[in-house]
Design a protein around this ligand. Structure first.
Ligand SMILES: [Zn+2]
Length: 92
């Protein structure tokens, strides 16, 4: 997975957890508007964080969470493929 830009790398985990201050949030969102690479990365991270929180609440057995991890990895692969084909736009 590609890394995000240095500019948002530090506060990103706080942002994803909803712990970042208003100013930090604004700075990250400003950066995301102009940077597609980070946008994709943050979208993926948001999905992962949301699902991770859900697992923690539900307290899923290990075997099942492994399966879920695979499903998530699959979803992420699909999402990034979809976004890639959108930006290349070779076929109609
Ligand atoms: Zn960036």
């Amino acid at each position: 997975m590609r890394r995000v830009c240095k500019a948002i790398l530090g506060p990103l985990s706080d942002y994803l957890e909803g712990q970042a201050g208003e100013e930090v949030c604004r700075r990250i969102e400003e950066h995301l508007k102009g940077c597609k690479r980070c946008q994709m990365h943050v979208d993926m991270m948001k999905v992962i964080v949301t699902l991770y929180k859900t697992w923690r609440d539900v307290n899923i057995p290990d075997a099942l969470s492994v399966r879920l991890q695979r499903i998530i990895a699959d979803e992420i692969a699909k999402t990034s493929k979809r976004q890639k084909s959108k930006s290349t736009r070779r076929r109609r």
